[in-house]
Every structure is written in C-alpha cells, then in structure tokens.
Design a protein around this ligand. Structure first.
Ligand code: NDP
Ligand code: 8X3
Length: 255
C-alpha cells in the first residue's frame, strides 16, 4: 500500500531538478532524503523544507560514483526516516562538448561513472528498502540526449541512452512487484547543467539566449504527476521539451 506521506530519496538535490523536486514534493507532504556532494546546500534545503512544511528531512553527503559513499548515504537516510518508498536517481552531468576522438579521460569517466554507474549504485542500494516497504516508485532522469544523439555529445548521449536502457530493463526485472519505474527525459532546461558542462558561466547563459527553456520546476512537476497517479498506473517515460525546442537541432531563438 502506498503510504500517505511517501519517503523520497533524491540524489543531486543541491541544484536544478533535484532541488526543485525536493521543494515540490515537500509541499505535497513527502518526507525527504536529499543527497549531493555539496552537503552545505542540501543541509540548508532540508532544514528549510522541514520547517516550512513540517515534513521529516535528512541531508547527506554522497558521491554517487562511489559505492561505499552511496551505500552509507542510503543506509543513513533509511535509518533516519524509517525506510524509503521512492528513489529519484537524478544526479548527473555533461562534461564538455568534445567529439569522440577528442574527449579527455577525465570527462569520459565523469559522465559514465556518474550518469550510468551512479544510477545503478543508487538504485541497487535503495531497492531493498522499497521492497521492504511493500510499495515503491523509481525515477530515472534521462534526457532527449538519450533519444537523439548530437555532435559534441557522443559520451553524454551514450550515457543517457544507457539510462533509457536501464529503465526499460529494470521495469522488466521488477514486473510483478509493487514498484513502478519511470524515466523522465527532459530537453534543454535552465539549471547549473550548462555551467558545469562548459565550465564558463557566460557561455552557459548563451545556451538559453532567446529561448524560453524548461525550468527545473517543470521537470519536478512531471515527477509529482507520475507519483500522484493511482497505484495500477505506471508512466514508463515522459519526453518533455520546451515549446521552443522542436527537436535537439531545431530550436526557435528570438532576436
Ligand atoms: P545541475 O547541474 O543543476 O544539478 C546536477 C546535480 O547533480 C547537482 O545537485 C550535483 O550536486 C549532482 N551531482 C553531480 N555529480 C554528482 C556526484 N558524483 N554525486 C552526487 N551528486 C552529483 O543540473 P540538472 O538539475 O539540470 O541535472 C539533473 C539531471 O538532469 C542530470 O542527470 C542531467 O543529466 C539531467 N538533464 C538535464 C537537462 C538540462 O538541460 N538541464 C536536460 C535533461 C536531463 P553536487 O555538485 O553538489 O554533487
Ligand atoms: C541535457 C539536454 O540537449 O544538453 O540532457 O543534451 S542536452
């Protein structure tokens, strides 16, 4: 049975989609475990949401690339909150815009270890708690980059095609259990994503110039809606783009 106030674990909650999901779900009465490498940020958010909405929150430092770090974070979160019902494997990044033959090992490893291995490690650690609670929902955060590859995005796209494959395979593996599996796959959204990718705030701003992009709150709303549906309904995948982005390469920019 779905609890009245689900306990939701979100990785990458220090910024962007993860922080927006935390805000929206706390307002719905969800209890929250928030993780990221920047503990100061998740701690401030967790404290703010606990006091604003009267929900229980836990903030922990986690590097999703690291098995021991993930296992410790998930175990501490479940112990502090009395279990887990929902996992949002959101932590991720793009690093650079290199062509395949140009990419430095550092960027290659950052994307594959975070976007693929980190997602596996998060779900692997959290799933026993969902099973124990008898009801669960797992969210993957994919991307339009997992539907359509583009130049300069070879490895990032490969990682997000990987996310799509993992979501589809896990849904098959969990068939028969009371655990839903959803992939939310956004197009361009204005968060810290481009600043992290380009390592340059001015260049990052220009990515969204003249466009009315998705905001983090729009993606959070997709998660809230999927969670709100009756238990027998599973939204497999949401591909969500701003109106100005008809496709990866087709973006309407105002002068
Ligand atoms: P942000 O850069 O704003 O947020 C990324 C979050 O991931 C941060 O909280 C960061 O926290 C966390 N993170 C990164 N690496 C690690 C790690 N090793 N361990 C733990 N946490 C980590 O970007 P978005 O909110 O936009 O991105 C969230 C997800 O959405 C990513 O998976 C991204 O690929 C995906 N996405 C983004 C789109 C966009 O255009 N913005 C579109 C489609 C998908 P910290 O640095 O504190 O660890
Ligand atoms: C982020 C969207 O288009 O930068 O996943 O790859 S894009």
């Amino acid at each position: 049975m779905r609890p009245e106030h689900p306990i939701v674990l979100i990785t990458g909650a220090s910024s962007g989609f993860g922080a927006a999901m935390a805000r929206l779900l706390a307002a719905q009465g969800c209890h929250l475990a928030l993780g990221a490498r920047r503990l100061d940020r998740v701690q401030v958010l967790a404290d703010e949401l606990a006091s604003a909405h009267g929900v229980q929150t836990f903030a922990g430092q986690v590097d999703t690339r690291d098995t021991a770090s993930v296992n410790a974070f998930v175990a501490a979160a479940a112990a502090a909150l009395g279990g887990l019902n929902v996992l949002v494997a959101n932590a991720g990044l793009a690093s650079g815009v290199h062509k395949l033959w140009e990419i430095p090992d550092e960027d290659l490893e950052a994307m594959l270890r975070t976007n693929v291995e980190g997602v596996v490690k998060t779900i692997r650690a959290g799933l026993p708690h969902l099973r124990q609670s008898g009801w669960g929902h797992i969210f993957f955060i994919g991307s339009t980059a997992g539907h359509q590859p583009y130049e300069g995005g070879t490895v990032y796209c490969a990682s997000k095609f990987g996310v799509k494959a993992m979501a589809q395979a896990l849904r098959l593996e969990l068939c028969g259990e009371q655990i839903r599996v959803t992939s939310v796959d956004p197009g361009m959204a204005e968060t810290e994503f481009s600043a992290v990718r380009l390592k340059d705030d001015a260049k990052a701003k220009s990515v969204y110039q003249g466009v009315n992009p998705l905001q983090a709150e729009d993606v959070a709303e997709c998660v809230r809606w999927c969670l709100s549906l009756p238990d027998h309904v599973n939204i497999d995948e949401i591909l969500v783009k701003c109106l100005d982005q008809a496709a990866i390469h087709k973006i309407h920019r105002r002068a």
